[in-house]
Design a binder for this molecule. Structure first.
Ligand code: B12
Length: 468
């Protein structure tokens, strides 16, 4: 495989400096897409700014608003020396397809992102190299090695073909960046901001972009992939975070989604971020994800005062036993207190629940639905378990896998079972529909809503129990 990379290196004209890198985010929306979330891809934007800071040319091809044909034409005509393609579980097929179609149009094809990080071997038939983990320094080092015609396997943090038994060969670990304030802000100017703004305004009434204020998550939830950032917890300073908020607001965004796994993890830091926002008098609204064991009334009030409008909690189950199976390390009581604290502060609340977790019973599924309905939630989403490579859940279910996880259309009907479960796919869809319909009925004000919910619950509980 060394030979292959040498072969492609030879195709790059010696005069063409600095070399150019095209970074592709291969998300293509489905024809009938009801999903409510769509954020500019920060990973490729971080890599682009690192490359630019190192003196390279970098561009981003975000496929979110393009057809496959348009994306391919743009990528082919870019004439980039290196093409890097992001991938995660739902983008696996498209990332491989693009790599296949782009062979011969560039000197080097690199893959990166959560799925290539967990399973580089899946990508090495179509790509020359896989970047494992955080990509900023590794991509800069790869561009340098490529430019200087040095073997790419000398760059820490990559995998290439040609290991023992024709498997992936690893160059060695690259330590994750410890000083996150040292990272250049993501190159948002290279993203299709106007399209995202139109989308946001149509969907929610305001434009929205995401921002990561920390990296890593020390918790070990059974279903969650921590491939890229690992279990360490690294945070940016409040000043650095709010500087980036200002950069996003200057582009014209009105609302920020803090995508951190545990934005509320450290009370002192959270309060410092909130007071930095208030001190600067910034007028914008925001939302975040949070763990239920890291929110108290004081934090919720400070967040509201700093513009927090919505908060999403990963509660996942209403059964203590199932929460144990998931290794969530939270209790239903704590979850209730956190949702109530947010609600009391005037923050709209949302929660995610997984139904039919391996090891669940009909009784715990119904317990979760009832529990979810008992919380003061403005939004909720029920989902089925999706085993992601690299997680404990995946390890337990991999021998029972029956299909690839493809992108869903965001609707309650869109879920697809990817492994052989003790529950049928039909039953799972029924459970999700039942839970979602009950939530809608609960929202009907007055006695009519209450009566309708009661009438709906009894036969659907019975039907769920009867189903295989
Ligand atoms: C925001 C977010 C979303 C957004 C959209 C993503 C976006 N455009 O911003 C929404 C809400 C729509 C979403 C949806 C889904 N998501 Co999501 N999402 C995230 C989240 C919380 C943050 C993403 C982010 O901005 N990260 C910050 C950047 C800096 O990190 P990064 O993208 O990983 O980039 C770094 C490296 O990966 C690498 N890199 C990135 N790109 C490239 C490219 C190249 C060429 C190279 C070399 C390197 C490289 O370098 C970057 C900088 O260090 C992550 C969790 C997380 N902590 O990352 C989950 C995560 C990416 N999502 C995940 C999943 C499973 C989903 C869904 C499938 C969930 C669902 N139930 O449907 C859907 C899929 C939707 C789809 N598009 O098909 C998983 C992916 C797991 C996997 N192994 O594939 C993650 C990791 C969550 C988790 N912990 O399990 N998601």
């Amino acid at each position: 495989m060394e030979n292959k990379s040498k072969r492609v290196l030879a195709q790059v004209p010696a005069t063409k400096t600095p070399i150019s890198v095209l970074l592709i985010y291969p998300f293509f929306k489905l024809k009938h897409d009801r999903s409510i979330f769509r954020f500019p891809p920060l990973g490729v934007a971080y890599i682009a700014s690192a490359l630019k800071a190192a003196g390279y040319r970098a561009d981003i091809l975000d496929c979110t608003f393009l057809t496959r044909k348009e994306a391919l034409e743009r990528a082919r005509s870019a004439g980039a020396d290196i093409i890097g393609i992001y991938s995660m579980i739902t983008m696996f097929g498209d990332s491989l397809e693009l790599a296949r179609e782009l062979k011969g149009y560039t000197g080097l094809l690199a893959a990166g992102g959560p799925l290539p990080t967990t399973d580089p071997g899946l990508f090495l038939k179509e790509f020359d190299v896989v970047v494992c983990g955080e990509g900023e320094s590794t991509m800069v080092a790869l561009a340098r090695a490529f430019e200087k015609n040095i073997s790419l396997i000398t760059v820490p943090g990559v995998a290439m073909p040609g290991g023992p038994d024709k498997e992936a060969r690893f160059s060695g670990k690259r330590e994750p960046e410890q000083n996150l304030d040292a990272l250049a802000f993501p190159a948002r100017e290279l993203l299709p901001n106007a399209d995202y703004m139109v989308f946001g305004k149509k969907k929610y009434g305001y434009s929205i972009t995401s921002l990561m204020s920390m990296r890593g998550c020390p918790f070990e939830c059974d279903f969650c992939s921590s491939a890229v950032f690992g279990r360490s917890y690294r945070e940016r300073s409040p000043k650095n975070v709010v500087d980036e908020v200002e950069q996003a607001l200057a582009i014209g965004y009105e609302h920020i989604h803090f995508g951190d796994d545990v934005f509320t993890m450290k009370k002192s830091r959270l309060l410092a971020v909130c007071s930095e926002i208030t001190r600067r008098g910034l007028k914008f609204s925001w939302e975040c994800l949070g763990r239920v064991d890291s929110l108290d009334p004081e934090m919720a009030l400070a967040m509201k005062a700093a513009g927090c409008e919505k908060m999403y909690f990963g509660i996942e189950s209403g059964s203590g036993a199932v929460l144990k199976l998931m290794n969530k390390k939270i209790s239903t009581q704590k979850a209730r207190e956190a949702v109530e604290a947010a609600k009391a502060a005037g923050i709209r609340t949302g929660a995610f629940f997984i139904l039919f977790y391996p090891g669940e019973t009909d009784a715990t599924v119904l317990e979760t639905i009832r529990y979810a309905l008992s919380l003061p939630l403005d939004y909720l989403a029920f989902s089925v378990p999706y085993p992601i490579p690299g997680t404990g859940l995946y390890e337990r279910l991999k021998s029972r896998q029956i299909g690839q996880w493809k992108q869903t259309d965001g609707s309650v009907f869109g879920h697809k079972l990817t492994y052989k479960s003790e529950f049928s796919g039909f039953k799972m869809k029924f459970g999700i529909l039942k839970g979602s319909a009950s939530f809608m009925l609960k929202k009907i004000p007055g006695i009519f809503g209450k009566a309708a919910l009661k009438l709906f619950e009894w036969p659907t509980d019975a039907a769920l129990k009867l189903m295989k």
